[in-house]
Design a protein around this ligand. Structure first.
Ligand code: NCD
Length: 361
């Protein structure tokens, strides 16, 4: 059974195939309007969402399938204490595929270990958001015509912004990518991504203090919201929330064909005047999200036809069991009774399999 829990669960060739399918859907919507007839998607959203959940819903409807699920953990059995593992075993009896959003990092990975149907990670804590990445890749492909030889600036909350983590992982697998990080000190990209993704894949990566100093070089400016809900200290959020604001003045030196992306929701980090600039691609990006999710649902259901015999829990080959504990309080391994699983790193350390935090031995 194939799932999409992390961007790198699918190869570059498979990503390219999903993007090609999305382009084919855009070219001929009718051809795909019945391909999921009789199939059901369950959307299990334990955390607020507008775009992602409705985009999945609309994607499945356009494929001819139907949708069930919940958009609020309080209205599900989770409020009675049901675990993620039990929930997906139950939902697997009602649905053919599951999209899950959860505030605890690694919850979709736990789900994939127990599920009899494909699981799609629709965002887990500040960890990952692979379907937003597919959306971003399709948008870049449509707007720029390529996924290689690009200089991309990531601006805003690079610490908690899960879309940034997943997109950097995905882009680092293409040739000629340059990454520029624009963030306040407190919201810098997690160092493991810088080291184990950028440095390991030889992606030139640098940090700068202002957008203006790099604007002329950028092919893509990826803006993000400061993730209020992830802050433990409200005062710190107040201090950082207005760190970087994109306005027409700051765009003056940008390339004529640069594109501005944002996973949305936007708060105040892009002023309204920018919306009328042809380089503002963030609303076009939303529509691409629906097309790429159509391609993903269709592809995962096709892959599921070659279903292996049931055997739970399923654990990836490169993981090891250990007695250590993950120190991240937002990790699912600290909230539910799950197998203690770790991924050995090249430096002899271990990372938690669920949230990728470094684990002390
Ligand atoms: C993002 C998310 O949920 O991580 N939104 C989305 O899925 N389009 C970004 C955000 O919430 O800031």
């Amino acid at each position: 059974m194939r799932h999409l829990i992390d961007t790198t669960d699918i190869s570059v060739e498979e990503v390219d195939r999903i993007i090609s399918t999305a382009l084919d859907i855009i070219a001929d919507r009718k051809k795909y309007s019945e391909v999921c007839r009789g199939k059901k998607l369950a959307t299990l959203f334990y955390e607020p969402s507008t775009r992602t959940r409705l985009s999945f819903t609309s994607a499945m409807m356009e494929l001819g399938g139907s949708v069930l699920g919940f958009s609020d953990a309080a209205s599900s059995s989770v409020s009675k204490g049901e675990t993620v593992a039990d929930t997906v075993r139950v939902i697997g009896c009602f649905a053919d595929i599951i999209a899950m959003r959860h505030s605890k990092e690694g919850a979709p990975l736990v789900a994939s270990q127990y599920s009899e149907v494909p699981i799609i990670n629709a965002g887990d804590g500040s960890h990952a958001h692979p379907t937003q990445t597919l959306t971003d890749l399709l948008t870049i492909r449509r707007e720029k015509g390529r996924l290689n030889n690009l200089t991309i600036g990531f601006c805003g909350d690079l610490k908690f912004g899960r879309t940034v983590h997943s997109l950097i992982k995905a882009l680092s697998r293409y040739e000629g990518i340059n990454v520029v990080l624009i963030a306040p000190e407190e919201l810098r990209l997690p160092s493991y991504i810088r080291r184990e993704v950028c440095d390991k894949n030889h992606v030139p990566t640098r940090e700068v203090a202002t957008m203006e100093e790099v604007m002329p070089e950028l092919d893509i400016l990826y803006m993000t919201r400061v993730q209020k809900e992830r802050f433990l200290d409200e005062e710190e959020f107040e201090r950082l929330k207005d760190s970087f604001i994109l306005n027409p003045e700051r765009l003056r030196n940008a390339k004529k064909d640069m594109i501005i992306l944002h996973p949305l929701p936007r708060v105040n980090e892009i002023t309204r005047e920018v919306d009328n600039d042809p380089r503002a691609a963030y609303f076009r990006q939303v529509e691409n999200g629906k097309f790429v999710r159509m391609a993903l649902i269709y592809t995962l259901l096709e892959w599921a036809k070659e279903r292996p015999t049931s055997q739970t829990p399923r654990i990836a080959d490169d993981l090891v069991r250990g007695e250590m504990r993950c120190g991240n309080r937002q990790c699912i391994s600290n909230c539910e009774d799950v197998d203690r699983l770790f991924r050995p790193t090249e430096t002899g350390d271990y990372r938690c399999a669920y949230c990728e935090s470094k684990v002390k031995q």
